[in-house]
Design a binder for this molecule. Structure first.
Ligand SMILES: O=C1C[C@@](O)(C(=O)O)C[C@@H](O)[C@@H]1O
Length: 257
């Protein structure tokens, strides 16, 4: 049984893909300015990419800034992500600190979702996911390959593993080195959605080459797409102002049959 994920009044896994916009400020004033800007845009969720933040290694500072960010964002659904440099992010972190940071943030009740990297780090993932879920926070289990696109079987098997590990949503981002790689990602997404997915999945092929994967998620099975407002957090993100129109067009054509 496929189970959608409701975050506030957004239902992920139903209808057109939801739009998530990352904010990437290094300082509190930058973050607040970005929060105020994104509030004016047509989007569904905001992602705080805390690895860009200057005090990301200080849990107390992160919690304080999160409080201010939450106030600036109002009711908008918020995803908290520390992206490690191993998976394309801005900084390194010790596994124990990663778990402690995510656990502390989930316990504040001020985020709606957290992103947890699981690949090669399975040991603490279940524990972290369960603690977050017990605090009412949804968990995206994610994996990123910034060098290549693994074969479709491998992509599907990683997404299945992330389901087994207990994510509410499972995600993979891969790098295409050819258009054939983009097709591999789309094929894997479609196969996952049709045969194995019991919860929403998010997939993307990065850079301009992979852009179709950020637009056509509803056709192939990806439930959410990251759009940019200002600085993008990964290559290939489409400006958010243009995204909704494209997603809506594809949705209406698809539902016409
Ligand atoms: O994992 C993802 C997806 C992403 O890497 C992208 O390719 O859009 C952007 C990140 O901010 C986010 O955490």
């Amino acid at each position: 049984m496929y189970k959608t994920v409701q975050v506030k009044d957004i239902i992920i896994g139903e209808g057109a893909p939801k739009i998530c916009v990352p904010i990437t400020g290094e300082t509190l004033p930058r973050l607040i300015a970005e929060a105020e800007q994104v509030r004016t845009l047509d989007l569904d969720l905001v992602e705080w990419r805390v690895d860009f933040y200057e005090h990301a290694d200080d849990i107390e500072m992160v919690k304080k800034t999160l409080g201010e960010l939450r106030a600036a964002l109002g009711d908008m659904p918020l995803l908290f992500t520390f992206r490690t440099s191993e998976e394309g992010g801005q900084r390194e972190i010790m596994p124990a600190d990663y778990v402690a940071l995510n656990q502390a943030v989930a316990a504040t009740g001020q985020v709606d979702l957290i992103d947890v990297e699981w690949f090669n780090k399975e040991q603490h993932v279940r524990e972290l996911a369960e603690a977050a879920q017990a605090a009412g926070v949804r968990v995206i289990l994610s994996n990123h390959d910034f060098d290549k696109t693994p074969p479709a079987e491998e992509i599907v098997s990683r997404l299945c593993r992330a389901q087994e590990l207990g994510g509410d949503i499972v995600k993979i981002a891969v790098m295409p080195n050819s258009m054939a790689d983009v097709l591999i990602l789309l094929e894997a997404t479609n196969r996952m959605k049709e045969q194995y997915a019991d919860r929403p999945l998010i997939t993307m092929s990065m850079t301009g080459r992979g852009v179709v994967s950020r637009l056509a998620g509803e056709l192939f099975g990806s439930a959410l797409t990251f759009g940019s407002a200002g600085r993008s957090s990964a290559p290939g993100q489409v400006p958010v102002g243009e995204l909704r129109g494209i997603l809506s067009l594809l949705h209406s054509e698809l539902t016409k049959g």
